[in-house]
Design a protein around this ligand. Structure first.
Ligand code: TRP
Length: 334
C-alpha cells in the first residue's frame, strides 16, 4: 500500500510493434486501473535481451513503447512509467532471488521450454532465470496486484512462491502479489488464423493490426480477415473468425455481442468487416495523434524518463536495502 492505494505492477516488452491485441487486452485496462491503484508500468528491456536483439531497434522500440503508454492515456505524473534497465535494483534483487529459486522450479516453466525450443542456438542462462527477474520487478515495489495474461500466470505463481519462501525465512519482507484478472479482458485473435492469438511477432503482417497502422492499412487488413462461408454474423464458437471480429467491434464500440449481432443481422461480411475496420480506426486515430504530438516533444519524454526512473528507484531501493540486510550483507558506512 502507498497511502490508501494498493500497488499495481505490470510490464511489457518492446520486442515487435504493439498490436491491437496488446491494446484491447492489456493497455486499455491499465488505463482504466490507473486511478484506483498506485501503478508502476515498466518497459522491461532487460527481459528482451534473453533473445538476441538488434541494439538500435530495441532502443527505438523501447522509446516508442514508453511513449505509447502515455499516448494510450497513462498519465506519467500519476503512474510510474519507466525503463527497467534504468533502475539497477532489478538486477541486484534478481541476484539475491536467484539464490532462493530452485533449478527444478525453473525447469517446469512452459515459456522457458517453448522459447528454448524456438531459440535452440541460444539457450542462455537469462532465458532460464527470466521468471526470477520478473519476480524482482514485482517484489521490489511491494505490488499487491499484477495484471497479466494467462501466458504469464505461471511466472506470477513462481513469484509468489519465491516471496513466500523468503518471508518464511526472514519475516514479512515482501507483499505477496495477486494476479489481476480483468473483467472479460478482450482476447484478440489473429486476423489470418483465428485459432492463434494476435501477436506482435507474427511473420504475416496481415495477421495483426499494429497500433500505428494508418487507416487505409487497417481497413485493408480487415477486408482480408479470414472468416467462413456461413454468411451470417453470429457470435458463436463455430465461427471463430466472425466471433473475433465481433469481439474487436464490441471492445471498440462498447456494444455487447448481442447488440452487434442485431445491428448486422442480414448484412454481408463485406459491410461488417468495413464497420469493424472503421470502429478500430475510430479508437486508434486519437491515440496516433497523441503519439505524433508526443514524439515531437523530445524534451518532455526525456524528462518523464528521468523523473520516473528516479521515483521508481527510490521505492525499489527501500525494498532492496531491507532484503540486503536480511540476507546478511554488511551495512553501508555513511
Ligand atoms: N514477462 C512479461 C511478458 O512478456 C513482461 C513482464 C516482465 C512483466 N516483468 C513483469 C509482467 C512483471 C508483469 C509483471 O508479458
Amino acid at each position: 500500500m502507498i497511502g490508501d492505494k494498493k500497488v499495481l505492477f505490470s510490464g511489457m516488452q518492446a520486442t515487435g510493434n504493439l498490436t491491437l491485441g496488446n491494446y484491447l487486452g492489456a493497455l486499455k485496462n491499465w488505463v482504466a486501473l490507473s486511478d484506483e491503484y498506485e501503478c508502476y508500468y515498466s518497459v522491461v528491456d532487460m527481459h528482451s535481451i534473453t533473445v538476441r536483439q538488434d541494439p538500435a531497434t530495441l532502443r527505438r522500440r523501447a522509446r516508442t513503447l514508453l511513449t505509447l503508454y502515455i499516448a494510450a492515456g497513462l498519465d506519467p505524473e500519476k503512474n510510474c512509467i519507466y525503463y527497467q534497465s534504468h533502475v539497477s535494483c532489478h538486477a541486484e534483487l534478481m541476484w539475491i532471488l536467484n539464490c532462493f529459486t530452485y533449478m527444478g522450479e525453473l525447469n517446469r516453466m512452459t515459456q522457458f521450454k517453448d522459447k528454448a525450443a524456438k531459440h535452440a542456438d541460444n539457450i542462455n542462462a537469462g532465458l532460464f532465470t527470466y521468471p526470477v527477474l520478473m519476480a524482482a520487478d514485482i517484489l521490489l515495489y511491494q505490488a499487491d496486484v499484477v495484471p497479466v495474461g494467462i501466458d504469464q500466470m505461471q511466472h506470477l505463481e513462481i513469484t509468489r512462491d519465491i516471496a513466500q519462501r523468503f518471508n518464511n525465512l526472514y519475516g514479512e519482507v515482501f507483499t505477496i502479489p495477486e494476479a489481476y484478472i480483468g473483467k472479460a479482458g478482450a482476447k484478440i485473435m489473429s486476423l489470418q488464423d483465428p485459432s492463434k492469438k494476435m501477436s506482435k511477432s507474427d511473420e504475416n503482417p496481415n495477421a495483426s493490426i499494429y497500433l500505428l497502422d494508418d487507416p487505409d492499412t487497417i481497413i485493408r487488413k480487415f477486408k482480408r480477415a479470414v472468416t467462413d462461408s456461413e454468411n451470417q454474423i453470429l457470435y458463436r464458437e463455430e465461427q471463430p473468425g466472425i466471433r473475433n471480429l465481433l469481439d474487436i467491434y464490441c471492445a471498440c464500440t462498447g456494444k455487447t455481442p448481442k447488440e452487434a449481432e442485431r445491428e448486422f443481422d442480414g448484412k454481408g461480411y463485406g459491410e461488417f468487416k468495413l464497420a469493424v475496420g472503421e470502429a478500430v480506426v475510430g479508437v486508434l486515430k486519437p491515440l496516433q495523434e497523441r503519439m505524433a504530438a508526443l514524439e515531437k516533444d523530445k524534451a518532455y519524454i526525456d524528462q518523464v524518463i528521468k523523473d520516473n526512473a528516479q521515483r521508481a528507484a527510490y521505492t525499489a531501493n527501500k525494498t532492496l536495502r531491507k532484503v540486503q540486510k536480511k540476507v546478511g550483507f554488511p551495512e553501508r558506512v555513511r
